[in-house]
Ligand binder design. Structure first.
Ligand code: GTP
Ligand code: MG
Length: 200
């Protein structure tokens, strides 16, 4: 969940998606400006920090890059629980990864934080010749499911920073102060409020 103080906002962000979709590569591009052509599959999950300035706030992303292999699926709720934002990644050259992305969206809609910002990263946009998932199909799906969506390439850096900046921009800057559980706030005239003794 995003938490704020002096316009510094900590925001937990999770990446989910099929094996090889490019989750790690997007994070590596965003955090270090690098790309690795033959990247090994992630084991478990990896954690990264990156800070971006938007408007008059600083958003500090606490990024969880999860592993796409099915045997790690059971761990995913640990990473998306309490997340302010999720990036669901698929590979535009792989129909199966698009189907898998839809499953992740369903899982987040059912079990994720209802205020979570969800972004669909339609990755590997540099491989247009091998495209299997039509852009129009993905855009329609994203619109229907209220996802913010972008074609990205971790390889060329196309739209990668923009993706994270858009998310940072969408994170509410002023989080309402959390009320202690069970406490009810009532409106009352200021004079009574100041003279009233506490907690009767
Ligand atoms: P898992 O850890 O197995 O879940 O995969 P992942 O989603 O983290 O994928 P990863 O970032 O490891 O990328 C898989 C392969 O795709 C790597 O060899 C990357 O170099 C390649 N790759 C990732 N993003 C892009 C991209 O935008 N364009 C191209 N051409 N290749 C990419
Ligand atoms: Mg990975």
């Amino acid at each position: 969940m995003a938490s704020s103080g002096n316009n510094n906002i900590n925001a937990k962000l999770v990446l989910l998606g099929d094996v090889g979709a490019g989750k790690f590569s997007l994070v590596l591009r965003f955090v270090k400006g690098q790309f690795i052509e033959f990247q090994e599959s992630t084991i478990g999950a990896a954690f990264f920090l990156q800070t971006v300035a938007v408007n008059d706030a600083i958003v500090k992303f606490e990024i969880w890059d999860t592993a796409g292999q099915e045997r790690y699926h059971i761990l995913a709720p640990m990473y998306y629980r309490g997340a302010a934002a999720a990036i669901i990644v698929y590979d535009i050259t792989d129909q199966t990864s698009f189907d898998r992305a839809k499953k992740w969206v369903q899982e987040l809609q059912a079990q994720g934080n209802p205020n979570m910002i969800m972004a669909l990263a339609r990755n590997k946009s540099d491989m247009l010749d091998a495209r299997k998932v039509a852009a129009e199909q993905a855009r329609t799906y994203a619109k229907e499911n209220n996802l913010f969506s972008m074609e990205t390439s971790a390889k060329t850096a196309n739209n990668v920073n923009d993706l994270f900046y858009e998310i940072a921009n969408s994170i509410p800057l002023l989080q309402p102060a959390p009320n202690p559980t069970g406490m009810v706030l009532v409106d009352r005239p200021a004079d009574r409020a100041t003279s009233a003794s506490c907690c009767s």
